[in-house]
Each structure stands twice: as structure tokens, then as C-alpha cells.
Design a protein. Sequence first.
Length: 102
Amino acid sequence: MNAMQISRKFRESDAGYHHWCAGCNRLHTLPKGRGWTYFSPGDGMSAIPSFHLSWQNERVCHYFLTNGQIDYLADCHHALRGPQPVPDLPEDYRDFEREVPA
Ligand SMILES: [Zn+2]
């Protein structure tokens, strides 16, 4: 997937916005379109409605994204609850440092 870093905490692709989740220890993709509306894309962004992500073994990550904070809801499979700052992208998912002429 061709996703460009747009801020310290988010990447963007045609599919959506991507950020690191400290609860799941993985990158999450927030889909564009399909009913979601985004405000101020970047570190302070918000979106409605909430995101309900699920994958293998019925793992669930459910949260609101408001002003750059993730607000984890009670049905998450991991232990994080309530408002948490979106973590900075891990080094492997950053572009900025790599944008040097070859
Ligand atoms: Zn998660």
C-alpha cells in the first residue's frame, strides 16, 4: 500500500488514514468514505462516527478519534480504556527521515 506520512502520528493512502495503536501494537487503517467524516487531517484530527475494527480471533478495537486523542471503548480486546494520545508513528512507519536524495 502506498501511504505517505502526513504528520508525526498519521499516514494517508487512497484507502484511508493509518495510525499506530498502542493497545493492539499494530497499525490501524481508518477508511475514507464508507460513512466516515474527518476533520483537520493530521495530528489533531477528529472523525465521526467511532471506529470498530475487528480481525482474527474476534479481536476488537473500538474507539473515537477526537482532536488527536483515541478514546477507547469498553469492548476493546486490550486493556487500554478512555482517552489516550495517538502515539507517534514507530520508526518503521516514518518517511520524513528517509526523504534524502539517493
Ligand atoms: Zn487497536
